[in-house]
Design a protein. Structure first.
Length: 239
């Protein structure tokens, strides 16, 4: 995966700003002069296949906006996102949906589990959306549930699980569809320190087995150093 010259400016004159002398202005002066908010400025990097690449930055640095721009959950103002050599910024909605279903998976800080579904049904949901037959999707879901250590919990609702266990369900749900790329937006930041360290170890163990391409966002330097093959530091929308 490669990101090239990616910009995100929130506001009515976003396109004009990045094509004018104002492209080098500070976030503060842009906001004061134009009312536009600069979130990501001319970001470029590559993530190698099978690499766990960490983007680290403080709150407000633009890291969460960046990861959402990569999947076009937020539309970039300019730039390219290349996956397998194709610029997905040119994809229509149908191709973008297919990319999200088959090539990428995303794990958020807040688990996003369906409260009325069991662990098994939550993990199998992405496969259900794909149209995978019930028996096949449940078999795959059970496989990844066992991988994250929740085999005995598959029939329980998320409310019966601790925060760390719920995040394991989120990881299992992402793995169930066997994506090439995982994007993880501060997935452990809402957990207490002991559970957080356990989840970091779990992720490293899982990654050693599955060898996915992972883009991991964090504000924690210790977490970045522990997990990352490489680390990019983000500040004021820049790397």
């Amino acid at each position: 995966m490669e990101v090239s010259g990616l910009w995100k400016v929130f506001g009515n004159d976003a396109g004009e700003i990045i094509n004018s002398e104002r492209r080098t202005a500070s976030k503060e002066s842009l906001l004061e002069e134009t009312g536009c908010v600069l979130a990501v400025r001319d970001v470029s990097f590559q993530v190698n296949r099978g690499e766990l690449f960490v983007i680290m930055g403080l709150s407000g640095s633009g890291k969460s906006t960046l990861i959402r721009c990569i999947l076009r959950l937020i539309e970039p103002t300019a730039g390219k996102v290349l996956i397998d050599g194709e610029d997905i910024c040119g994809y229509n909605s149908k191709r973008l949906i297919e990319l999200r279903r088959h090539t990428t998976g995303m794990i958020f800080q807040y688990f996003g589990l369906f409260p009325h579904r069991s662990v098994l049904d939550n993990v199998a949901y992405g496969l259900k959306v794909r149209g995978v037959a019930r028996e096949e999707r449940y078999a795959r879901a059970r496989e990844v549930i066992a991988k994250v250590g929740l085999k005995e919990w598959e029939s329980y609702p998320p409310s019966a699980l601790s925060g760390g266990m719920q995040q394991r369900v989120g990881i299992a749900r992402a793995l169930a569809t066997d994506p090439e790329i995982l994007l993880m937006d501060e997935p452990f930041s809402g957990l207490d320190p002991l559970i957080r360290r356990q989840m970091q170890d779990e992720l490293l163990n899982i990654q050693a087995e599955v060898q996915k391409t992972i883009l991991f966002v964090t504000h924690d330097l210790d977490e970045a150093l522990k997990l990352g093959n490489r680390i990019a530091i983000m500040r004021d929308g820049e790397i």
